[in-house]
Design a protein around this ligand. Structure first.
Ligand code: ADE
Length: 314
């Protein structure tokens, strides 16, 4: 037994020194490989900068997280969870920001992400006031498709909102910010300690702190409403009053709101999470196909959704 332990220890130390050698001989990607440009966004523990990879000329968005800050606020596990979620989602879907590499230096963690050159959908809505029904339909379909992929990988976003929906160079959406995401694994349960952005948070999260895939569908309802109405579905004078309105399902549609859009929103903004459109088990009457087949999406060609040109922003 002693011999076995000794062999194990030797082989461990050999592995360590081998990987050390590897690190010195084969250069790993690092901050010096990029030329950093303007700041694209800022969060409480991070900022996102435009960056050009010197070797290839390829442009990326690099999320830089401050290690000292993360440690002090005990947010290292959150950063790690974000990385794990992005790794799990991989490059499997065009509507989700892809993590290309991660690296770190003494002070920061770096996440090299797809660059979405047309920024946040929130900016687009603010600039235009609201979106045409055609435009809103196109974006809603892309969100549905990206969210379904994410859910198929057992990831819940939990903070879906127009600030987290980026637009790429072709004005297609890229879902980002998985810092609040949850991997559906019994070992990682942060569900009860998290509340998302007030206006998009689901009643079940407010009432019992519980989230499921269905909470993302509630947020989808809020986003469709906002794109078309140009204002939040639920908005009180403070976060508290916003939450009251959500719990009471206290919202109304402005005049002229498209009837089919109204119907889909009404089927998503349902208090019972198990009754929302699209949450049913595959094959049931309320499954993901029911969401895709809703009359609001009648003109959407789901098989060319990511290659069709985006409708002009209006
Ligand atoms: N802001 C935050 N993340 C971004 C990204 N990946 N691309 C462009 N802008 C961003």
């Amino acid at each position: 037994e002693a011999q076995r332990v000794a062999i194990k220890a030797r082989s461990k130390s050999r592995n360590r020194s081998a990987s050390k050698t590897r690190n010195h001989s084969v250069s790993r990607i690092c901050a010096e490989d990029f030329e950093f440009g303007e700041t694209l966004g800022e969060g409480s523990y991070s900022e996102v900068k435009r960056a050009t990879h010197r070797g290839s000329g390829q442009q990326y968005a690099i999320k830089i997280l401050d290690k000292g800050h993360l440690k002090r606020k005990q947010k290292l596990p959150v950063a790690l969870a974000e990385k794990n979620t992005l790794v799990k989602l991989g490059a499997g879907h065009p509507g989700i920001v892809h993590l290309h590499w991660t690296f770190q230096d003494e002070w920061s963690l770096f996440f090299v992400l797809d660059l979405a050159t047309n920024g946040e959908m929130q900016t687009c809505i603010s600039r235009l006031g609201s979106l045409s029904t055609t435009c809103a339909r196109y974006y809603a379909a892309q969100i549905v498709d990206a969210v379904e992929y994410m859910h198929s990988k057992d990831v819940i976003h939990r903070d879906l909102k127009p600030e987290n929906l980026l637009l790429d160079d072709a004005f297609r959406i890229k879902l980002t910010d998985f810092g609040t995401g949850k991997l559906l694994e019994p070992s990682v349960d942060r569900a009860k300690s998290f509340v998302g952005t007030a206006q998009y948070v689901s009643p079940e999260l407010l009432e019992s702190g519980e989230t499921s895939k269905s909470s993302d569908l509630w947020s989808l309802g809020c986003i469709i409403y906002q794109m078309i109405a140009g204002r939040f579905a639920f908005q009180g004078l403070s976060e508290y009053y916003t939450w009251q309105k959500i719990k009471q399902l206290d919202y109304s549609f402005p005049d002229g709101f498209d009837e089919e859009a109204k119907d889909i929103v009404q089927k998503l903004l349902v208090r019972d999470p198990s009754a929302r459109l699209g949450v049913g088990a595959p094959g049931s009457v309320n499954d993901r196909q029911a969401l895709r087949s809703h009359p609001f999406f009648a003109t959407i060609n789901w098989s060319t959704l990511w290659t069709d040109p985006a409708p002009p922003p209006e």
